[in-house]
Write a protein that binds this ligand. Sequence first.
Ligand code: FAD
Length: 514
Amino acid sequence: MSSSFTSSLKVQNESQKKKVAIIGGGLSGLACAKYLSDAGHEPIVYEARDVLGGKVSAWQDEDGDWIETGLHIFFGAYPNMMNMFAELNIHDRLQWKIHQMIFAMQELPGEFTTFDFIPGIPAPFNFGLAILMNQKMLTLAEKIQTAPPLLPMLIEGQSFIDAQDELSVTDFMRKYGMPERINEEVFIAMAKALDFIDPDKLSMTVVLTAMNRFLNESNGLQMAFLDGNQPDRLCEPMKQHIEARGGKVITNAPIEKIVTKEDGTIDHLLMRSGEKITADEYISAMPVDIVKRMTPKNWQNMPYFRQFDELEGIPVINLHMWFDKKLKAVDHLCFSRSPLLSVYADMSVTCKEYEDPDKSMLELVFAPCSPIAGGNTNWIAKSDEEIIDATMGELARLFPTEIANDEKWPATKSQGPNGTAKLIKYSVVKVPRSVYAAIPGRNKYRPSQTTPIPHFTMAGDWTSQKFLGSMEGAVLGGKLAAEVVANRALGNADKPIKEIQQDIMEKAAAHVAA
Ligand code: FAD
């Protein structure tokens, strides 16, 4: 399949071809390099770690089991990601699940309730029908009270969505008189799944953006699991695609410093090894917290870079728990209703490479895990044993017939009592700074890919694009950065820098004065 990159941005002759140094081999840096190579340029990706993928990276433990940075779900409403899978000719690696959403029941341990999307019914009616048909989570009166505040999202679209960014989900619910139970029944699970934080911390724009994207397409909410680990099954074909077109992807290549000339333009990138990298164009595809640390001194007072102070990554923990027997299998993602857990899946059922006919492996997202994300406990600072112990407690509460939190666990790893499953192994992956915290009022500070520095462009899931901090956002952010460079290479004027807020202009001016 031909590239979805705008054909008018392709190199016309050799003199337009640019050598582009990209810092970061996560999905955004790789997508950026993919589209630059499609356009005829020579991208070189420098990834600090020995594995590609960043937040989708994974590695094998001593038993050969895959440990993932995060449990990842692909949605039908990920157009840029879906185009990329098709262009890489790997779309058969997505394992699409039945079109439904599954929630663990709060009052009925071990029971689930579903929202079913009927094939053939167009969006958004399929969503409305799925909600109406579910009898277990909300009463008819609650459903009727919930709909009107959400209607402007469909009618007015993006301007209404953007205007809600100053409100948390909880503020929005109260302002528009939504029943409190919607929070407990739906929004807690949704907020933790979207941004690993509680609804009183999450911007309502995030929920509305997700709903709007999902509701515009009939299969928008349909979910897929990749059929195996992301570095091999997704990052590797991206690397091969880039290298087949003359680019390079280099791991174990941390960039230490962006070295500037006196006029503020980039002189070279200094690698930790001491090597100097020079290129025609430079792109950062690093997370915001690292970009802040790497911003050269003579850029720090510029308003574009000062807005990064308003953004920071949210902590999250990803757990893998292997049990000695098969749990009641659900071949799908489950939304937990636990105060400690977000989404989870039995990967021994949902993912081809991790299939096991005899044992279950639950992959669970533990959230919120610090006070900035909600809750009172700074779980990210706790030991792995404490985190697993708390999770076992939650699992025993949610699935009492299948899992018991044996008090001797984990010292003896004794047999689960009464035929319950025994935990035989676990792994805890802490991500102290993951996607940017989408607390109220952040959207306006997400920067454009165009920067004020000549020949320097910004990529990453956190840059300004219409999707959230997500895999789709990372791919789109990378593609938009590639567009900036490809457009400039043809001699066209740059897309303007996104407007910078007045408060940031004032802070930047105060910095200069100090
Ligand atoms: P990153 O993945 O952070 O990549 C940045 C890269 O830059 C890293 O590889 C890093 O090593 C590299 N780097 C940093 N500094 C340097 C340096 N100095 N030199 C060289 N390289 C450097 N999204 C979804 O869409 N669906 C999901 O279900 C989902 N679940 C998630 C679950 C968890 C637990 C987590 C943590 C995230 C999840 N996400 C999900 C979000 C998704 O993983 C991210 O939005 C996306 O992968 C970010 O990609 P990125 O390329 O922008 O950043």
